[in-house]
Design a protein around this ligand. Structure first.
Ligand code: PEP
Ligand code: MG
Length: 312
């Protein structure tokens, strides 16, 4: 039975009607990647976790080694390297930030990277070096505006030029959808990306004005709120047929939410390593038509509690 379970974990997750849904792992280290048994990819590499204990910024060589180790631990599966996502709740010793009254609404994620071009340049050069040898996606966090994406893509082109070996085959580019306006504007981003990955942790926090990690408002900040689900639906609509829509926030790891997310148009779920096998099993039980009906009912529900009732 153990062998059967292991085999099932490694097989693709295909719905009853034949729709493949990628199930990835969220990782912050090579050890996490090694634990991601059966993952189709690393759908989110939180690169800021690689250097949390540092007092000085890692150089290009050090970053290359860390990302290469993750790629190797994934055994040839694609890795989605998210550029530095600090600020807000995530301070870094080697990146002192001026105090902000509202850090979650301040200079965080890609905003910070664009404000520190050398930091972003070093990171992207490390990403490009690894992408010459492994299948790599690069993903930019906390994008609010198409011009930020244009600037980030320019930085990536500059990094390709600096490495000097041409553009790596298979280097794909995506953004995280974590800001409600970005979800609603997804059609404007779609021509410039290969994929959109919805960060339901931040998207929920911003949609419901309920700080993540603040227990007093945790019940309000529910990713199953129909307003959050409407933002996921809007992201899929704007993405069109050519741009893959993923979810890499906590909601993706909830087995009961798999059918709902698939019904909303999501075709990749990236979850904690330990949740990969269970989410794959949940995907296999899904029927796409029924999932679409479920999604429609959820979008028409008054609150998260009612949505949860639909999930059974
Ligand atoms: C998210 O916001 O949902 C996400 C996946 O990113 P993080 O949790 O690292 O902010
Ligand atoms: Mg986030």
């Amino acid at each position: 039975r153990r062998d059967d379970a292991l085999r099932a974990a490694h097989e693709p997750a295909v719905t009853r009607d034949g729709t493949t849904v990628l199930v990835g792992a969220n990782v912050g280290s090579a050890a996490d990647a090694a634990a991601a048994v059966g993952a189709d990819l690393a759908g989110l590499v939180r690169t800021e976790f690689c250097f949390l204990d540092r007092h000085d910024a890692p150089d290009v060589d050090e970053q290359e080694a860390a990302y290469r180790a993750i790629a190797e631990a994934m055994g040839g599966q694609r890795i989605t390297l998210r550029t530095l996502d600090v600020g807000g709740d995530k301070p870094l010793d080697y990146l002192p930030m001026p105090p902000e009254a509202n850090p979650f609404l301040g200079v965080r994620g890609l905003r910070l990277a664009l404000a520190r071009p050398q930091l972003l340049a070093d990171q992207l050069q490390a990403v490009v070096r690894v992408a010459h040898d492994h299948p790599v996606d690069v993903m930019f966090p906390m994008v609010a505006d198409v011009h930020e994406l244009t600037a980030a893509r320019q930085a990536l082109d500059d990094a390709v030029a600096a490495v000097g070996r041409g553009r790596p085959d298979g280097l794909r580019v995506g953004i995280m959808v974590e800001i409600p306006a970005t979800a609603l504007k997804s059609a404007a981003f779609a021509p410039h990306v290969d994929f959109l990955s919805i960060g339901t942790n931040d998207l929920t926090q911003y949609a419901l004005a309920a700080e993540r990690g603040n227990d007093a408002v945790a019940a309000i900040g529910d990713a199953l709120d129909p307003g959050v689900l409407a933002l996921i639906a809007a992201t899929s609509r704007g993405a069109g047929d050519d741009v893959l829509v993923a979810v890499c926030g906590e909601l993706a790891g909830d087995e009961r939410a798999a059918a709902l997310l698939i019904g909303l148009g999501v075709r990749e779920l990236s979850v904690a390593p330990a949740a990969v096998a269970g989410v794959k099993q949940a995907v296999r039980a899904v029927d796409l038509d029924a999932a679409r009906e479920l999604a429609a009912a959820a979008l028409g529900s008054p609150d998260a509690r009612a949505v949860r009732g639909l999930l059974g």
